[in-house]
Design a protein. Structure first.
Lengths: 241, 241
DNA sequence: GGTCCAGCGTGACATTGTCACCGACAGGAG
DNA sequence: CTCCTGTCGGTGACAATGTCACGCTGGACC
């Protein structure tokens, strides 16, 4: 799987002024800011920048220092591990109203980023520089609480990834993915076997075999780059093993 | 694998007064306390309690609320996930000078503990109540920095567990364990195949097969409950695959 | 001695990972 | 339109791992 590097062009789509519309959008997604005192709120908006990134660009590579903490207004990012042999596992996804914890973590202990991150869709957000992140932690209770929440909630979610990878069969984990889509009301997925494999940390061949089996049992119908979920009940039943 | 529940007897080995000797011991292991102001230091020692726990007792079970945060003076704790089928993976170990991050995490977001924890050796330490942990975070810069360091450093270590479980062969991971022992100067391990399996998240049979293979290749010699590391060079070489 | 049990060995089979290679399809270039 | 090229998916063979069932052994205890 290959991702475009973040280009200068993409970086240039940034503006320094935060519009009132953007502030309103931010406040609904990051309610913590409302509880801060007016002083901090102004400091915050003055210090952060609005950015837009296209889909499929690499945000942070293994071993890099993190240059910015990004708070997402829209879109989704994926953080994953890459093995020397080229296999992947996704550790977690970042949605609107969240920020990348690993960035926060490696900003806090000055370490390097222990994984890779890419945009899965076009992404909009505010970025904050590492020194601000650190300073505000010590000074602003609301900001501190926000960062803490990020760290501790991700810890639990990454632990559940360990659990899945170590204990669960791959067909069950694929069924789980499908069940999540069904829960969102989607009965048709635009996804390749290779992408599913990268998600669950397996290889394409294994995913293909299992999907073929699903298709024979009538759970799904597959075509190039697309999967129809045809038997919701059976999928949900399998996913709960 | 079965662990004794923490009994009332064990709990009663607590005292409220912290001796000057214990304070000195604490300060060498947790240097952050030295940088705090005198006011906080007194508050801290007045609020925490000294505890001793025997080896092999369960500290925290899956889904429980955490009653205390423990800062270890001595001994080692193990935090692990347990599958419905009875398999285990250890997530990390806690040594002197550290504290259980998961406890910290679930204290901070009031969640429940997403794993199990046991003492692997007799353990001594100071315990702090959840409300103190939370209050100090907001008020004491040094304490805050300490807790933050715990969270963010564990995040990276748990991610490396994901990586190992998802990508590495089990023989390589066993060799890694052995290489770590060799680095500590230990050429003889008192450990059962089942314990090794719980560590790397596999099953006893698989570990037995691989150890038999190691023995045939002259890397180790096995006897009941014990493993001699006889070919350090080959072990280190295999561990670095 | 005899009993019990934790620790370990093992064969048979299911699942998963890896490698090599293939064909099918889509989107452009000519 | 045909041809080319890269992506997508299928497949067979084999290695590694997980699971199940069972049996053996050494040591503790009566």
């Amino acid at each position: 799987m290959h991702y475009t590097r973040l280009s200068i062009n993409a970086k240039q789509r940034m503006g320094n002024m935060i519009s009132t519309h953007q502030r309103a959008e931010f406040e609904t997604l990051f309610p913590f800011i409302r509880q801060a005192d007016a002083d901090f709120i102004e400091k915050f908006y003055a210090s952060c920048r609005y950015v837009e990134l296209p889909s499929g660009v690499s945000i942070c590579d293994e071993g890099q220092q993190c240059s910015q903490l990004t708070l997402l207004l829209d879109g989704v990012g994926r953080v994953y591990k890459l093995s020397p042999a080229g296999r992947e596992v996704t550790l977690y996804r970042i949605h609107a109203g969240e920020a990348c914890v690993l960035t926060a973590s490696c900003i806090m202990n000055q370490g390097s980023f222990p994984a890779m991150a890419v945009t899965e869709t076009p992404v909009r957000g505010f970025t904050v520089s590492p020194d601000k992140v650190r300073n505000w932690i010590c000074q602003e209770a609301q900001w501190q609480r926000f960062i803490f929440g990020l760290l501790s909630s991700r810890l639990a979610s990454i632990i559940s990834v360990v659990e899945e990878v170590a204990f669960k069969r791959i067909d069950v984990r694929l069924a789980q993915k499908f069940a999540l889509s069904l829960a969102r009301g989607e009965t048709s997925l635009q996804v390749t076997h290779a992408e599913l494999a990268a998600d669950v940390g397996s290889s394409r061949e294994v995913v293909s075999r299992i999907l073929k089996d699903f298709a024979m049992r009538g759970l799904i119908e597959t075509s190039r780059g697309q999967i129809e979920l045809t038997d919701a009940e059976a999928i949900v039943h399998l996913s709960s093993q």
